[in-house]
Design a protein around this ligand. Structure first.
Ligand SMILES: Nc1ncnc2c1ncn2[C@@H]1O[C@H](COP(=O)(O)OP(=O)(O)OP(=O)(O)O)[C@@H](O)[C@H]1O
Ligand SMILES: [Mg+2]
Length: 321
């Protein structure tokens, strides 16, 4: 049983919802109730606390992610509805929007939290090695295969396999992945025996996979198998008000990482950060803050920001006169 009262209340409520749902009593209230429990769990795990210690209101966070804009609120509400299920999820979003954070939240709060979590970046593995990475291989099956090797599917058995940058997977490998998911088994390269695997797949991509599947550059049948639920992260430029919150949450964390004193960001610098269109999203903001903290420990003003942030630019991001 949970040691802390909030944790105890949370697990009691989850059990109540489960029993009521099993008895067919909840109907349309199930999602609402689950979302409320999610909020409670966030509070219990320390989300939305005054992490920056600046005495201001707590920085709003859900699922370990900072954000209180209408766009992120909508996103969190959808995430709350699916986070306790075991269905395949496809996480979409531009680079740096937090796709990996979402994948980790799905695992942490999902039914396989205690199972293994294996992450594979499909874009980073050479195409000729991807099959052996995912399914394993037998010794001697190709040059360099000096010993039998278990693949990521087998390692993730009973847990979750995170297929990052799935849009970069070559078409022939997509067919093999589809077969593995349909049959629930994998065959190591060079082996004539298949092995049953029980793996929940969470995939992510910065590409428009639906369009690519319609254009024939991504297998449509695989798309629909992976995208039972899609979660689309909004770009940072559409998260009204979130840049300021992210700055408050990130500056103390990054300063600690860099071994620098926590810095104050001037209102003028904050206005420049807020006006930028952030094509690299939260990762770009993190890097900008890292740079500023390195150059100006203690206090960050407009002069400590990159030159392009100080140029006049149009709201769409194109540099202006
Ligand atoms: N809402 C958020 N709150 C706090 N930190 C965030 C948030 N979103 C993203 N980050 C941080 O921004 C960085 C990028 O996030 P992440 O790696 O999850 O993005 P991504 O979408 O997977 O990026 P890529 O497409 O480049 O792989 C990480 O350091 C992450 O901790
Ligand atoms: Mg990523």
């Amino acid at each position: 049983m949970a040691a802390d009262p909030l944790g105890q209340l949370e697990s009691g409520l989850r059990e109540l919802v489960r029993q009521a749902r099993d008895a067919g009593l909840l109907g349309p209230f199930a999602d609402l109730l689950r979302a409320q429990i999610e909020e409670l769990a966030s509070a219990a795990s320390g989300d939305s606390t005054d992490t920056d210690g600046d005495g201001q209101d707590p920085v709003p966070q859900r699922f370990g992610m900072v954000g209180a804009s209408p766009a992120m609120d909508k996103f969190f509400d959808v995430l709350a509805k699916v986070v306790h299920s075991d269905v395949p999820v496809l996480v979409l979003g531009e680079t740096g929007t937090g796709k990996e954070l979402v994948a980790r939240a799905l695992v942490r709060e999902g039914p396989r939290a205690k199972g293994p979590f294996v992450a594979v970046n499909c874009a980073a593995v050479p195409p000729n090695l991807l099959e052996s990475e995912l399914f394993g291989h037998k010794r001697g099956s190709f040059t360099g295969a000096v010993a039998d090797r278990e693949g990521h599917f087998a390692t993730a058995h009973g847990g979750t396999l995170f297929l990052d940058e799935i849009g970069d997977m070559p078409l022939p490998m997509q067919s093999k992945l589809l077969r593995a998911l349909q049959e629930g088994e994998v065959r190591p390269v060079g082996s004539n025996r298949s092995r049953k695997v029980d793996v929940r797949v969470v995939a992510a991509t910065h590409r428009d996979l639906l369009r690519e599947s319609r254009a024939g550059t991504f297998r449509e049948d695989l798309y629909y198998r992976l995208a039972v639920v899609t979660l689309a992260l909004p770009p940072l430029r559409e998260r009204t008000g979130d840049v300021g919150l992210l700055v408050r949450a990130l500056v103390p964390r990054l300063a600690a990482e860099l071994g620098r004193p926590a810095a104050v960001v001037s209102p003028e610098a904050l206005a420049l950060l807020d006006a930028w269109h952030w094509p690299g999203n939260v990762r770009e903001l993190e890097n900008e803050l890292r740079r500023a903290l390195a150059l100006a420990p203690g206090a960050i003003g407009p002069a400590d920001l990159s030159a392009h942030l100080r140029q006049p630019h149009s709201p769409s991001g194109a540099a202006g006169a």
